[in-house]
Structure formats: structure tokens, C-alpha cells
Design a protein around this ligand. Structure first.
Ligand SMILES: *Cc1c(COP(=O)(O)O)cnc(C)c1O
Length: 339
């Protein structure tokens, strides 16, 4: 099977398995796991933040950030298709007692003027704006890169109003590699940032959140409350370290494969690539093929290809390190023959 469902489907590399085997471990709730300490220090350094915390997933990291920044009854400004709003089971309402305030973005980027307009005045009727959330790359916008300038403008507005900014950077390294901008430069316009090590970087488990020392101290407590205080966590932190330090540059291959796939599929008259492919996600409209998304997925499966639906007529392909350039050619070739 050529698995283009997600960049989460990859299996750990040999180097990661070896790192897990050889990891120095201890009880992380006592701060004694050397492997996780090393990972957190390295991640903080790469992101240009004072401190970092290893968390079990991107969702956990985002929600810990919301819990740490906000108090119940506040409002969070977020793009209307952001993962933190769209895909996290209303966790910010369920756990943090937060009301989301959504803004429609352009290719995932919120207009700074609209963000400014959404900040609540000091009024007895209004919730306080407790946090602004950004997402880079933007998942549902097809892996779109949020420009640094946009982040800077929103951050400046946030600072003027003493509101913290959290960046859901599950795929921040994709934005960094594709734009040639170090992750630090994106992270400078945030108070906290979450990165996934288990997506394109290929770690079996884990995300990082980073911010000031004080932020991370409170976040560590929230992680414990949520049952995320782990013990000999080096077993998973060591492969995550390999992901962070050795797997970043190869994201370029995923981007090349995504572009190649988009160009190939665009040549098929009944297929329409819906997004401008900047990173590793390709959205393809199949409405003119006579198939809908569900039946198209069956066609793909019959050809040994896995993808996911993204609306009634749209298929999403995500390149990842388990898929080779040759396999991308195979996908294009097979669809040329079938359509
Ligand atoms: C995948 C993803 C997450 C959540 O990560 P999990 O590890 O699956 O919980 C958060 N934000 C974005 C943008 C994502 O793509």
C-alpha cells in the first residue's frame, strides 16, 4: 500500500529504535529522566524559548497551552478551521471553560485588522480575550505557510493589548524548511509554541511545547493534572530527539513529492488541485470524475493507494517519509490509466 493518508502513519526509523533501546532513563516526575531533559533543552534552544516540555500529543500540548494561558470564562481568538478549534473535540470548552471566537482566514492566515476587531473591550457584558491562537503550517488550508509578517502583525496587536499568543506549530518545521526561515523566527512572535515530533519528523510519540520558564512550570503542572506526568519517558523521548535533530532536512523530500503529485494529477482533465501546494499536503477535487470522495477512495484502495476524504468531493493526500518518489510516479500513472 502507498500510504498517503497522513504524515502520522510513518514507523520509527532504525536510528529511533536504537535510541529507544539505548536511552538513559529515570523517573521524569522527579525530573530524573536524562533523555527527556536533553530533548526539552534541545527543543527550547531550537525554538528560541527559555524552556520546553515534552507532551504526549499535539492535542495535549495545545490544550495545556490554553489551560496555562487562560482562565474559565475567557475567549480565545482562533482561525475558523484551525485544528485547535476544528479537530480537538471542543477541548478548550470542555477542559479550560473557554469560548472560542473564530475568524475566517485567507489560506489559514487571519487578517490582523479582524483580530484587532475581535479583541473584547473592558465591558461587564463581555468575556475577556484570553489568548490568540495561530497555526503554521495551516492543516486545513492545505499545509499553507502563514507568512512571518502576518504573525508579527498579530503579535504586535496582541502585545499592545497584553494578550498572549500561542502557535500550533504541529507542522512548523514544514513551514521552516519550505520558506528557509528558522523555526526560531516564527516562534519569536509567540508566547508559546507547540511542535509535533510524530508527524513529518517521524517520532513514534510526542510533541513539545515551549515558552518562558514560568509558563513551562505551570504547563508541567497542568500536564500532571491531566495524567501526562510520565515515568521512564526516555524510551520515547530518545527517538523523539532523533526526529528533532536528524529528520528536519528531509521534509524537503515530502514537499518535492507533494509538488510532483500535484503537477501530475493536474494533468488529468477531470481532477482539480484545490490548494497551492507549499508543503506536504495536496487537496484534489474529484467532482468531475463521476466519483465522489468516498467512491474515489475505494478506487484508490483498489489500486493500492490510501488517502483520506476532505469534504464530499475532495481527497487529501499527505506525503511522508514512508512514500518514495517512485511511488508518487506510480500513483500518477495509475490514475492516468483509470480516469
Ligand atoms: C496533528 C495536528 C495536531 C494534533 O496532534 P496530535 O498529536 O494528533 O494530537 C494539532 N495541530 C495541528 C495543526 C495538527 O495538524
Amino acid at each position: 500500500m502507498i500510504d498517503l493518508r497522513s504524515d502520522t502513519v510513518t514507523k520509527p526509523t532504525e536510528a529511533m529504535r536504537k535510541a529507544a533501546y539505548e536511552a538513559e532513563v529515570g523517573d521524569d516526575v522527579y525530573g530524573e529522566d536524562l533523555s527527556v531533559n536533553q530533548l526539552e533543552e534541545k527543543a527550547a534552544e531550537i525554538l528560541g524559548k527559555e524552556a520546553a516540555l515534552f507532551v504526549t500529543s499535539g492535542t495535549q500540548g495545545n490544550q495545556i497551552a490554553v489551560l496555562t494561558h487562560c482562565r474559565p470564562g475567557q475567549e480565545v481568538i482562533v482561525e475558523q478551521e484551525a485544528h485547535i478549534f476544528y479537530y480537538e473535540g471542543a477541548a478548550m470548552s470542555a477542559f479550560a471553560g473557554i469560548q472560542p471566537r473564530t475568524i475566517k482566514g485567507t489560506r489559514g492566515a487571519m487578517n490582523p485588522e479582524e483580530v484587532l476587531g475581535a479583541i473584547r473591550p473592558d465591558d461587564i457584558h463581555a468575556p475577556e480575550t484570553g489568548l490568540i491562537c495561530l497555526e503554521n503550517t495551516h492543516n486545513r488550508a492545505g499545509g499553507a505557510i502563514i507568512p512571518l509578517e502576518n504573525m508579527k502583525e498579530i503579535y504586535t496587536i496582541a502585545k499592545d493589548h497584553h494578550i498572549p499568543v500561542h502557535l500550533d506549530g504541529a507542522r512548523l518545521f514544514n513551514a521552516s524548511v519550505a520558506s528557509g526561515t528558522p523555526v526560531k523566527e516564527f516562534a519569536q512572535f509567540t508566547d508559546s509554541v507547540q511542535i509535533c515530533l510524530s508527524k513529518g519528523l517521524g517520532a513514534p510519540v510526542g510533541s513539545i511545547i515551549a515558552g518562558t520558564k514560568d509558563f513551562i512550570k505551570s504547563a508541567r503542572k497542568w500536564r500532571k493534572r491531566l495524567g501526562g506526568g510520565l515515568r521512564q519517558v526516555g524510551i520515547i523521548a530518545a527517538p523523539a530527539y532523533v526526529a528533532l535533530t536528524e529528520m528536519v532536512d528531509r521534509l524537503e523530500e515530502d514537499h518535492q513529492n507533494a509538488k510532483k503529485l500535484a503537477e501530475g494529477l493536474q494533468q488529468i482533465p477531470t481532477l482539480k488541485v484545490e490548494n497551492q501546494v507549499e508543503t506536504n499536503i495536496v487537496l484534489v477535487n474529484v467532482g468531475d470524475t463521476g466519483y465522489n470522495a468516498a467512491t474515489f477512495l475505494e478506487l484508490l484502495r483498489g489500486e493500492g493507494i490510501l488517502a483520506v476524504d476532505f469534504g464530499p468531493e475532495t481527497i487529501r493526500f499527505t506525503t511522508n517519509y514512508g512514500v518514495t518518489k517512485e511511488q508518487i510516479d506510480t500513483v500518477i500513472h495509475k490514475l492516468q490509466q483509470r480516469l
